[in-house]
Ligand binder design. Structure first.
Ligand SMILES: O=C([O-])[C@@H](O)[C@@H](O)[C@H](O)[C@@H](O)C(=O)[O-]
Ligand SMILES: [Mg+2]
Length: 418
């Protein structure tokens, strides 16, 4: 199962003006799609970030892949580590925590690992979940992921969601998502407005959706003191509080006094963070993400670490397409210790690069595809359109803060400001 050819395609897809602590989403989200063409004609698919800094590292690895066996994953990891020795990919937004050589290697390896596993599964006629040890569950739960948002991109018409800045608007977006997808838990992206306004938003959701597990994620926008106060005000309302404040030390200060567990995709983002965070009891839930945690198999290993230390596990999401969702579903299905519904940005997009039908939400869950590999098929025309979007939109990195200045010229992102 040797790789004959590698096709790397940067793509862009329309994204609404979703708000977060760093600013607002630009009109397009960037992703990369890789096709590993094997000697016997099997094509393995992978998807990851589309920022130029990441693509630059991925491109360095591509020439070394010809002739590599897709079943040799340790060899793939060595190849990526050797090729990228010394490089650190950074991003503009910091919404998935700090940067390191280890995280860079883990992220680039992950893109190719997923594609290798897809190819392996296709060759063996088995879904990826079977290669990972088999199904711990038949379907994977996701939560509705609400954002405050502007009604329209700069110079464009209002989108179908409209402006979302009030508790009433949040509730109506949540109703639409729950009606369309059947979600049974709800997350609110915070860090946008004064904490009291966002707490009012959560209270409105609690009233409109009694019994629904709720979460809020201000991406470290609050001080530890505000985190403690918010945790007190939302006692009995939140299932977990996500990244109220930056850093392990600040999180530990909030965790000590909060009744609900704290979750993170910001202060524990690679293996080196685990020991200090667990020792400080800074988190009760780790939000895994195969895109930067070293792929699907390392995410499974991470779950065992969490289980050993009594830490819950769920899954973080960035704007993504169907290949990534398929990978998330397979790893979640093969991971017994997964203790909460996973995040997904899925409802916010309107187009994809995969043929429709492989991944459907019912009751807020996606049934694990049974077809070989990831179980998704690339739609060549849709890929061409998405690549054309990438070329035409002119974006080469995600920069929510600069785009926000088109709405609010004096805007400065500033974590721990409230
Ligand atoms: O898409 C966004 O704006 C999110 O804020 C994303 O970038 C975060 O990484 C993520 O969803 C999170 O849970 O922090
Ligand atoms: Mg988060």
């Amino acid at each position: 199962m040797k790789i004959r050819d590698v096709v790397l395609t940067p793509v862009a897809f329309a994204d609404p003006p979703l708000l977060n602590v760093m600013g607002v989403h630009e009109p397009y989200a960037l992703r990369s799609v890789v096709q590993l063409v094997c000697e016997d004609g099997v094509v393995g698919l992978g998807e990851s970030y589309g920022d130029e800094a990441f693509l630059g590292e991925v491109r360095k690895v591509v020439p070394g892949l010809a002739g590599h066996d897709v079943f040799d994953l340790p060899g793939l990891k060595r190849l990526v580590a050797r090729t990228l020795a010394g490089t650190v990919v950074t991003d503009e937004h910091g919404l998935i925590g700090g940067f390191s050589i280890r995280k860079t290697i883990a992220s680039v390896y992950s893109l190719f690992e997923v594609a290798c596993l897809d190819a392996q599964g296709q060759a063996l006629g088995r879904p990826v979940v079977d290669l990972l040890g088999g199904k711990a569950r038949d379907e994977v739960d996701f939560s509705a992921y609400l954002f405050y948002k502007y009604g329209a991109h700069v110079g464009a018409d209002e989108d179908s969601w409209g402006e979302v800045v009030t508790p009433e608007a949040l509730v109506s977006v949540a109703k639409r998502m729950v009606d369309e997808y059947g979600f049974r838990s709800i997350k609110l992206k915070g860090g946008v407005f004064e904490p009291s306004q966002e707490i009012a938003g959560i209270r409105a959701l609690a009233e409109a959706f009694p019994g629904y597990p709720l979460r809020i994620d201000p991406n470290g926008a609050w001080t530890p003191e505000t985190g403690v106060r918010a945790a007190g005000e939302l006692e009995g309302v939140l299932e977990y509080l996500e990244d109220p404040t930056p850093g392990i030390e600040g999180m530990a200060r909030v965790a000590e006094r909060a009744s609900m567990p704290l979750a993170t995709n910001m202060c524990v983002v690679n293996l080196g963070d685990i020991e200090p965070a667990f020792r400080a009891r800074a988190i009760g839930v780790l939000l895994s993400d195969h895109h930067f945690w070293g792929g699907i198999r390392d995410t499974q290993a991470l779950s065992i670490t969490c289980e050993s230390f009594g830490v819950g596990l769920s899954m973080h999401s960035n704007s993504h397409l169907g290949i990534s969702l398929a990978a998330m579903v397979h790893v979640a299905a093969a991971t017994p210790h997964l203790t909460y519904a996973c995040d997904t940005h899925w409802p916010w997009k309107t187009a994809d690069v995969i043929a429709p039908g492989a991944l459907e939400f019912r009751g807020g869950a996606v049934t694990v595809p049974e077809r070989p590999g990831l179980g998704v098929e690339l739609d060549a025309d849709a890929l061409a359109v998405a690549h054309e979007n990438y070329v035409r939109c002119g974006l080469t990195k995600r920069d929510d803060a600069t785009y926000m200045r088109k709405y609010r010229p004096a805007f400065e992102p500033n974590t721990a400001r409230w």
